[in-house]
Design a protein around this ligand. Structure first.
Ligand code: C5P
Length: 256
């Protein structure tokens, strides 16, 4: 079974107070984008990651398989291979996308037949961004990320996006601890000022993207990727060509 694991961007991100569990309450409109990893899942005796990639931290797809196996009370295994295209430390939910694809894929591979809302509830245990990506479509995410529902507000701007990743890996815990109440409402993403203070490369990437013609440049999640709108695909290609050659960059579309 081969599944596309789509990245996400945060179209808005409002940070609330710190909760007793140390996480911040959030309100964020999250949209899946066309950029994706490929996740291959095959039945096996144990849970094995055959990707041959150093994920640098816990592989959330393996965690997702373990959590699902425990909660479903089954003894199945899976051999997974992940082809990474989504950069990490980017605010694109790459690891969460792999985990969400794994939950959805194993639900079918293991013949569990859980409905999606049950998978969404379980997803929160795997990671804050996983419920939104299991739900699918454009969602309003609340709490730590565990409460998700179809976005019923104004239709987002669906013009093509240009994404640029400065050569810095943003640490989510570091960005949240740098966050100050005064940062709220400074832009569309409340974490952007904190991320720019910690990583000046992000502030520079925003300037570069705007300077290249990107509209409404902003950061996704806790960074470090920044994105902007282009009026159409041809304009997005022109903007992309004006960006520094050595940085990771791509064009993507929001998936409805
Ligand atoms: O959920 P994730 O593992 O991405 O979170 C990493 C860290 O980011 C958490 O340990 C916490 O410090 C911070 N965080 C937060 N509030 C959130 C999500 C993450 O404070 N809603």
């Amino acid at each position: 079974m081969l599944i596309e694991a789509h990245a996400k961007i945060n179209l808005t991100l409002a940070v609330g107070d710190v909760r007793p569990d140390g996480y911040h309450d959030l309100k964020s409109v999250v949209a899946p984008i066309s950029l994706c990893d490929l996740v291959a899942l095959d039945a096996a005796d144990d849970i094995i990651d055959a990707s041959g990639i150093d994920f640098g931290m816990e592989n959330l797809a393996v965690k997702a398989a373990r959590v699902l196996r425990r909660e479903a009370g089954v003894a199945n295994g899976v051999r997974m291979r992940i082809e990474k295209r989504i950069p990490s430390g980017a605010g694109l939910g790459g690891g969460s996308a792999d985990a969400a694809a794994t939950l959805l894929g194993l639900n079918s591979l293991w013949g569990l037949d859980w409905d999606r809302s049950r998978l969404v509830d379980l997803a929160a245990e795997v990671g804050s961004d996983v419920p939104a990506l299991v739900h699918g479509g454009i969602v309003m995410m609340e709490g730590r990320g565990e409460r998700v529902g179809k976005w019923l507000g104004e239709k987002p701007d669906m013009r093509p996006l240009v994404l640029l990743k400065p050569r810095v890996h943003a640490s989510t815990p570091a960005v949240y601890s740098e966050f100050r109440a005064e940062d709220r409402g400074m832009g569309v993403n409340d974490l952007q000022p904190a991320a720019c203070r910690l990583y000046p490369e992000i502030a520079r990437a925003l300037q570069i993207l705007s300077g290249a013609g990107g509209e409404e440049a902003m950061m996704t999640g806790s960074g470090s990727v920044v994105f902007a709108r282009a009026k159409d695909r041809a304009e997005a290609e022109r903007i992309l060509e004006r960006l520094p050659g050595e940085d990771w960059k791509t064009i993507a579309e929001i998936m409805p």
